[in-house]
Ligand binder design. Structure first.
Ligand SMILES: [Zn+2]
Ligand SMILES: [Zn+2]
Length: 85
């Protein structure tokens, strides 16, 4: 994901601070919302954009998981490997 986000005030390109940041668990009872956090280099205004959770595909097993977290399948496999040693 490399879309350019532009500050509506300064017309400067926003810098991506956090991608797929999990938000809303404290406010929402439902699923967490994931946002991309952008900051304007000019006015330092922070802009939040909802995103699909910053999902990445694990190169090892192909599981789609949150980019902020380790692959749950690989973590489980590692734990099982460890247990069978
Ligand atoms: Zn700005
Ligand atoms: Zn994996």
């Amino acid at each position: 994901m490399s879309e350019k986000m532009i500050c509506p005030v300064c017309n400067k390109e926003l810098k991506l601070r956090e991608e797929g940041y999990p938000m809303g668990s404290a406010f929402l009872k439902a699923d967490r919302v994931h946002v991309n956090i952008y900051e304007c280099p000019e006015c330092h205004e922070v802009h939040l954009y909802a995103c699909d959770g910053g999902q990445v595909t694990c190169p090892k097993c192909g599981t789609l998981h949150n980019a902020k977290e380790a692959c749950p399948v690989c973590a489980l496999n590692a734990a099982l490997d460890e247990a069978s040693k």
